[in-house]
Structures are given as C-alpha cells and as structure tokens.
Design a protein around this ligand. Structure first.
Ligand SMILES: Cc1cc2nc3c(=O)[nH]c(=O)nc-3n(C[C@H](O)[C@H](O)[C@H](O)COP(=O)(O)O)c2cc1C
Length: 716
C-alpha cells in the first residue's frame, strides 16, 4: 500500500501542483507537466522491478542507455508511487527519478536525470504535493509564534523562541508534527528550514527590541554555512535585528549524525556574532560528551528531565549538565517548566534560564498598527513608541518630502500632545534651532523615570541626566548624529535626581517643518538596566572559570592571541599542572578536589602580579601569562628573551613554593599536591597562542618526568 500524505487532504488544485512534485526543482514551486519519467540506477534488479510494474500497468518503457529507462504515459505519478512502494527504502533511495514535460535526450536533460531526486523522494513529493502552494506563498502561509524565555534569577525576559506555523490553502492550521516529517520525506527540509529561519526573524523584527531570538535549525539542511546562511543574515538586516540577538538552537537528535559538521555551522554562527544552543539535552550520557565537545552558549534541558524533578535521577543529570556547562561559561535553560515548584528546583540546581507554560504558551504577537496620519513623517514612526526601536542609527536623514505637520491649536495637534503625555514611555522634545538644544517638552513618564519635574527640566540640555560613568565616546557619536540631523540610537548610563543610575536606551528622531527644515528632536528613553546588567553578567561568565574565579580557556586564548600580535618579546606562558591532584579526587571525592582547586587558585593569585593573567584550562591545569617581561632599555631581543626567561623562572619557583605547602582539607586532614611547571616564550617557542600553549605543556611534561625520576625540582 502506498503511504498517504501526512497532511490532511484539503487541496482542491492538487493535480496541477502534483505534476511538479517529483521533478528536479529544489525550490518546490516550478510548474512542469509530466509526460515522461526518466529513471536511472546502477542496480539492475531495481530497474527490473520497475520494468515489471510498468509492464503490468501497461506503461510503455524504453531503455535509453544501460541503467537509464524512460516511461511515457498519462498516469506516471502512479507508476512512481507503486515502484517506490515495491522497492526497499535503500533501493528507492538509490534510483534517480525525473518527472518532466521536456522532450529530447540532450545533455541538459541527461544531467537533470543524473541529479534528480531519488525515487523515494519523488514519491514523497507526490504524496506531499500539498506543501507546494505553501512554499509558493511564504509570507501568506507561514508565520511564527513565540514563547518567552526568562531569567530564573529575577524573572525578567531574556528572549523568545520562535516556532514555525503554517496555514493550509483552505485556512486550516497545519501542525508542526505533520509539517516537518512531510518536508523531511520529500527532501524539502532545507527549504522548510530556511523558511523557518527567515519567518522567525521577519515576524520578530517589529517588536523584539533588544531581546534575544531563539531560532531552531536543522544542521543537515545547511550544506555550507557561508553560503546557506546568507538568507538568514539578509533577513536579519531587513528586519532591523542585530546578529548578536540571534540564538540558533539545534535538537540533539540532529546533532549526533555529524558532529563535525555541526561544529563548523556553530563556528560560523559564532563568527557572525550569534549565539548557539543545544536543545533537548539530558536524555543520555552521549549528550554530555556532545556538550563538552560543542560547548554551546546555552544548553536546553529536555522537558522530560525537568518534569521528572525532584526525582534523584533527574537531579543527577541536571547537576551534571549544570556543572559542565558552567565550567566553560555557558548557561543552562530548563524547558517545559509548568509549576513554581519546578522553577524553584531548577533554580536551586543552578539552572540560569527557564521556558514553559509557567511563563506563557507560544503566542503570535500582535504587530504594530499600520502607519497612521497623526504624526508627521520624518518624525517618530507612527507605530510609536516601540517602533522607535527600529530607527537605524546609520540611516540617511529621512526623505525630504514635506510632511503634513498638525497646525497648533488644531484638533490633531492637541490630540497628539495628549497622547504623548499619557504614554508610559519617557519622551522628551528639544528645540533644534535654539543654541544647545534646550528641552521644550517632557511627558509624565520622563519625570517618573528621571525624578526631574517638567519645571526642573525645561530650558536645559539633556546632558544634565548624565554622570561621571556616562561614556564619552558614545556621547561624541550622539553629538555627531545631532550635528548631521540624523536619527540615532545609543545606550547611555544616566543618573536620576536621587543619584541612582540607570541604563538609558535613547532613540533620537529629527522632526522637520513643512519646508523640510530641522526644527526639533524627539527622544524616547527606555530603561534597559536589566538587560545591560544581565549582559554584563553573561560576558563576565563567558570569560570566567566558575569554580576558581580565574579566567577560563576562552578568555585565556583571546588574551594570548592579542598579546602574540604585539611586536617584541613576550608574552611568557607558564603551564602549571598539579602533581598529586588525581589522588585527592580518587580518595576524597570531587567536592574535596574542587576545594583543592580553589585553594590552589588563591595561592597562585598571590604570586602573579595584578597585570598578569591567571587562567584554569580545565581539570588541574592552570596557566599564567606574564604580560610585560622586564626588558632592559637598549639591549635588544636577546636580552629581552633572557629577561623574560628569568622572570618566568622566578614566578615558576614561587608557584612551586606556594603549592608545596600542605592544603588543609576538612574533614580529611592535610594533603600535599605540588606542581610541575613548563615555560614557553613568544616568539622563540611559538608564534601563535596555541603553539605557545603546546610548547609550555610539553615543557611541563618533561619537568614532570624529571620530577618523577627525582632529577629536578625546577621548571622545564
Ligand atoms: C531629544 C534629545 C534627547 C536626549 N536625551 C538624553 C538623555 O536622556 N540622556 C542623555 O544622556 N543624553 C540625552 N541627549 C543627548 C545630550 O543632550 C547631548 O546631545 C549629548 O550629551 C551630546 O552632546 P555633548 O557632547 O555636547 O554633551 C538627548 C539629546 C536629544 C537631542
């Protein structure tokens, strides 16, 4: 029995679209009329099966060449469907099948036959021909719903996960569990994946502001990231979203097949400034190995694990995932949280983020109202106030077409003033024609936000909102934009009247009069302190080893990479490996081992200078980077090298001295760990950060071997 479409049968024009469904097109919209089927295979018995089916059905069949058959007739779709069902899935995957209306046997057609979809895909495309009209009208047929992702610490919103939804031609909703398998069978996963990414971005553009957008993707649908992800970047640019707002998440099921490929896709996304996430994690130990290998920025714990909390097995898995993820600076997200109790346990176990019905189901956000007439063009967007977020700081001044400005005293102008006064967003208007742009209007929300009344604000330049922490470079950019009459967006640290500080995301829009002259600037102030603080914490975490508080591997490599590009001798790298650490772990357990690592880090801090970098690479390996080795003024590189080595050996001796002291381990008593140290110096021992680390590591091993033989106590 041939399989049926997994989509509910609802298309009336099925025969017209189904003709295309088995042809070569990778964009499933090209119309063609099927009069011939070309089938090619190197497996003789597969074609023999096709022959006997064609004979039984009375379909004329010709051998065009060895391994290439041509069938002609009216009901070729039925032949394809029956042949696919008769062959095993492996056989059907191996036969190429081209349904076409084109005559002749020229090289073009033969090339198409050779690169046509498999017989299995062709049959699936016939079954799922209902998808074709959806792809033909992407904006009309696909939309995204979004589910909130919160920070478990303070309940604030971090971002939203986009979920692709489709509407059939008859208006009914197609469920994702029908849509994705159907596209998969038909070989259109890459098309649906692209639609998913671009729809998520397009629909979020108008309202996302600065939240993160989580987008699912299937790594196998991305053949070459540099090429296949260009549509994503274009969509982000068109929607006014920054690449660093995008988090690409992949489910574990897709990962396992080709981790190297996923690694490359992740690397590409990261290069472009995006974050990456691994979904559905926790179902097996294999996933923990994946986690260590891929080190995603965000790890989403599978809903089944979260809902099994506080059961001991679930607790152990969550703990392991949290420990690993935090060790490299990633964040853990608990999915499927439905109750306050689950949220509390997830938080207690160290999860950073949450998603689930407790905070809301996926919803389709209402888009801002279409452009109205109340506000003048060239000023704030009519979908104000939130659309001010979409103001492009680099955009050219608004079109000079003179806008209809409401006359003072006219109903529209009064209505506008009342509306601005009532809005919950802080608004300020300044006179752009007067010296130093004094404030001429503030609304009630401004007073509430800043603590300054209208009387205290009018007539002053807005810089009275700034404090010593306000970034001067950003203010210079603001001043440049104002001088050029451009719109601008900046995030500034401001101070309230009571002295407390807040992060102000300021959107500035120029207002022009009927003659196109700049008369006013409107500023919208958004308090984004939560976001900025969370981002700082994220950044902090990304560079810090959570166990010891030292820099982590990523921060180390970044800093080393920076330093090796500074001309001259240095940096000097000390690779420190503890000698007796494994024994501590084995005898007293990991908690004791962690205490030792913290104590070791504290002792190392005592012997490195504040401008040096101390990092934990992982396990019991630490690295010290001596930033600027003592370089005698005029003596050239040879003596700089000697000075660097001397400094390194001084610090190495200090390291060994402080680590030779016994470590007090309550309640076990004292243990002695000791350390082996290897030294490498740039550029003598390595040109790049990794070469330097490798050289220092090798020296450390030599030193360890010598220590084991009782030959030396000095570093390698
Ligand atoms: C409409 C408008 C609103 C502004 N709102 C703020 C604000 O809320 N906070 C702030 O620090 N600066 C604000 N500024 C920027 C300052 O007024 C000023 O332009 C900036 O400090 C750069 O100029 P300066 O280099 O002369 O200080 C605003 C400017 C305009 C035109």
């Amino acid at each position: 029995m041939p399989k049926q479409s997994v989509l509910p049968s609802r298309t009336t024009g099925r025969s017209s679209v189904s003709r295309c469904a088995g042809c070569l097109c990778t964009t499933p919209t090209t119309p063609c009329s099927t009069r011939r089927v070309l089938l090619s295979s190197r497996v003789a018995h597969s074609l023999a099966t096709v022959r006997s089916i064609a004979r039984r059905r009375g379909t004329p069949l010709t051998a065009l060449a060895p391994g290439l058959l041509e069938a002609r007739g009216d009901d070729l779709e039925a032949l394809v469907t029956e042949a696919a069902a008769a062959l095993s899935s492996v056989e059907a995957a191996e036969v190429r099948c081209l349904l076409t209306g084109v005559e002749g046997t020229g090289p073009d057609l033969l090339a198409q036959a050779l690169t046509a979809p498999s017989l299995g895909s062709a049959a699936a495309r016939l079954r799922h021909a209902d998808l074709v009209p959806l792809f033909a009208d992407e904006p009309g047929r696909f939309h995204a719903e979004y589910q909130r992702i919160v920070r478990l610490g303070d309940g604030g919103t971090l971002g939203h996960e986009a979920l692709l939804r489709a509407t059939a031609v008859d208006g009914s909703r197609i469920m994702p569990d029908q849509l994705f398998p159907a596209a998969d069978e038909a070989g259109w996963t890459h098309v649906l994946d692209r639609v998913g990414r671009t729809t998520a971005i397009r629909d979020a553009g108008p309202w996302l502001a600065d939240d993160l957008l989580f987008i699912n993707f299937v790594p196998t649908s991305i053949y070459r990231p540099e090429v296949c992800l260009q549509t994503t970047e274009r969509a982000a640019a068109e929607a006014g979203l920054r690449m660093d707002q995008l988090v690409f998440e992949v489910t574990e099921g897709h990962v396992i097949e080709d981790v190297d490929h996923l690694d490359r896709v992740f690397a590409h996304y990261r290069e472009r400034g995006c974050r990456v996430a691994l979904d559905d994690l926790g179902s097996g130990w294999s996933s923990l190995a994946l986690l260590v290998r891929l080190q995603p920025d965000i790890v989403k714990l599978e809903r089944a694990i979260v809902q099994a909390l506080p059961g001991p097995a679930a607790r152990a898995v969550v703990q392991a995932v949290v420990d690993i993820t935090h060790s490299y600076g990633g964040l853990v997200l608990a999915e499927g949280v439905e109750t306050e109790q689950q949220a509390a346990i997830a938080r207690e176990l160290g999860c950073d983020l949450g998603q689930g019905w407790l905070w809301g189901r996926p919803v389709r956000p209402e888009l801002p109202a279409p452009a109205g007439t109340a506000l003048p063009a060239g000023g704030p967007d009519p979908s104000w106030p939130d659309a001010a977020v979409a103001v492009d700081p680099h955009a050219a001044p608004e079109a000079p077409e003179p806008p209809p400005v409401p006359e003072p005293g006219s109903g529209a102008a009064e209505l506008l003033v009342r509306a601005v006064g009532l809005t919950g967003s802080s608004v300020v208007v300044v006179d752009a024609t007067a010296p130093d742009m004094p404030i001429v209007y503030v609304n009630a929300a401004f007073t509430e936000q800043t603590g300054y009344s209208a009387a205290e604000s009018l007539g002053r330049n807005c810089r009275f909102l700034q404090g010593p922490g306000t970034d001067r470079d950003t203010l210079d950019d603001v001043a440049d934009a104002l001088a050029a009459g451009r719109p601008f967006r900046a995030t500034l640290l401001n101070a309230r009247k009571d002295g407390s500080t807040w992060w102000n995301e300021l959107h500035l829009s120029p207002l022009h009069d009927a003659a196109g002259r700049l008369t006013h600037y409107v500023g919208f102030q958004h308090d984004v302190s939560d976001r900025v603080v969370a981002e700082e914490a994220l950044r902090e975490r990304a560079g810090t080893d959570p166990l010891t508080g030292t820099a982590n591997r990523t921060a180390l490599l970044t800093e080393l990479d920076r330093q090796v590009h500074v001309p001259g001798v240095g940096p000097v790298v000390l690779f420190v490996d503890l000698d007796g650490f494994k024994g501590v772990n084995d005898r007293f357990g990991h908690a004791a081992g962690d205490s030792v690592l913290r104590i070791v880090a504290d002792r190392l801090r005592q012997v490195v200078r504040s401008r040096d970098l101390l990092a934990r690479l992982g396990g019991d390996e630490f690295v010290v980077v001596l930033a600027d080795v003592d370089q005698p003024a005029d003596d050239g590189p040879a003596s700089a090298l000697a000075a660097g080595l001397a400094a390194a050996h001084r610090v190495a001796a200090d390291v060994q001295r402080v680590l030779a002291d016994p470590v007090e381990l309550l309640p076990h008593g004292s243990v002695v760990v000791g350390a082996s140290v290897g030294v490498a110096i740039h550029p003598a021992d390595g040109e790049t950060a990794l070469e330097l680390l490798r050289a220092a590591d090798l020296q450390m091993y030599r030193a360890k071997a010598r220590r084991a033989q009782g030959l030396s106590a000095t570093p390698g």
